[in-house]
Design a protein around this ligand. Sequence first.
Ligand SMILES: [Zn+2]
Length: 175
Amino acid sequence: MRGTEKLHPEVRRRAEKLVQLAMERFKLEVQITETLRTAEEQAALFAQSRKPLDEVNALRKKAGMAPIDEAGNRHAVTWAPTASDSFHGYGLAFDIVVKSGRQVDWSNGCDWNQDGVSDWAQVGGLAAECGLEWGGNWTSKPDLPHYQAPQGWTIASLKARGMVAGRTVTEVLTA
Ligand SMILES: [Zn+2]
């Protein structure tokens, strides 16, 4: 987990617009929970639900992440085996959750503003206007918390360029 300063600057600008519009239009408090991921962080996240809890927590410790419990290890959080297989690995993607004060709700039916519409869908509906792709629109494996703006890059073109996962695209291109 990283702050928004670790996003590509244009993706960061769009992320901030999403947060602002969600509050203005729907009174929803959006928190950004994940941005750039290192190789160690992605390995730990990919292991989640696919490996026994002790292995998952050993990987999390190595990545500097807090341990999870058996319930947390029951559901998968990513389908990218390594950081270089995910736009998170290059600072081109982020994840959100909608908050109410200090409470967060990861359930699909999250409806903090009590308007009968899923908060995920309300925020997701703002994505295009912010220049973002919303993971909730994916037909095969919808990813409600996920947003990305690949800036014309594909995973293949990033890999071909020799991008190192865990460094933002901007960092690499200006290095
Ligand atoms: Zn994501």
